[in-house]
Design a protein around this ligand. Structure first.
Ligand SMILES: [Zn+2]
Length: 231
């Protein structure tokens, strides 16, 4: 397969071609799986923009070098396996299977608040056909906490539908995903203890009101790779 950059005209809103499919597959390999709600390409979508931007930011690039549209340098890095992966997908920080459950003390990711809209409700408005997490309705600014101890996998504002979000690689091998936040007080790579505040409930991304959308994924899992949240 050619390693040459196909040209910026191939990418962006309204475009559909095999280069976009290839881009998506490469980004998924480099840690971008969480952005993709379905298979990569051939139509350009928000997942391509968000994942490309996350990859560019992972290289330390800023401004127009991290605009979410691949240029020759982004393409070179992806096709030739150069640079850093998108943070948050590594399984290396897991303390692993077989460890004793230690998170039982935390009864809710939003202390004092219960599930207001449950996991698994079927609705055609979701790409997966069902609700992929538990929702906790709470006023904007209500603290959200780590349900178990672990390491922050990602903490960023890149998610178009999930808004400002955090991934927690917990000590039971699961990744817990906190979405639609109004504030984040942790950063990728940071170790956290069960019960520690991670951020605040908000309305960022695709929402109709303030709530935490909370998902339970296998380590490195993407959209729809979820189970009923438990910890
Ligand atoms: Zn939800």
């Amino acid at each position: 397969m050619s390693t040459g950059f196909p040209g910026a005209h191939c990418f962006g809103s309204g475009k559909s071609n095999e280069h976009i499919t290839r881009l998506g597959k490469l980004l998924i390999k480099r840690g971008g799986k969480r952005f993709y709600q379905q298979a990569a390409g051939p139509r350009w979508g928000n997942a391509d923009l968000d994942a490309t931007r996350a990859f560019q930011q992972a290289q330390g690039w800023t401004g127009s070098s991290a605009d979410g549209i691949p240029g020759p340098r982004t393409w070179d890095y992806l096709v030739n396996g150069k640079g850093k992966d998108i943070p948050g997908s590594s399984s290396s920080s897991s303390s692993g299977s077989g460890s004793k459950p230690s998170g039982g003390a935390v009864s809710s990711p939003v202390p004092g608040h219960r599930v207001s809209y449950a996991f698994g409700v079927r609705n055609a408005r979701y790409s997966s056909g069902y609700h992929t997490g538990d929702d906790y309705a709470a006023p904007t600014g209500t603290p959200v906490v780590a349900v178990r101890s672990g390491t922050i996998a990602w903490s960023d504002a890149n998610g178009k539908s999930y808004g400002s979000w955090i991934g927690l690689n917990a000590d039971n091998g699961r990744t817990y995903v906190y979405c639609h936040l109004s504030a984040r007080s942790v950063s990728a790579g940071q170790a956290v203890k069960a019960g520690q505040t991670l951020g605040k409930v908000g309305t960022t991304g695709n929402v109709t009101g303030a709530h935490l959308h909370f998902e339970d994924r296998p380590r490195g899992g993407g959209y729809g790779q979820v189970r009923k949240p438990t910890w």
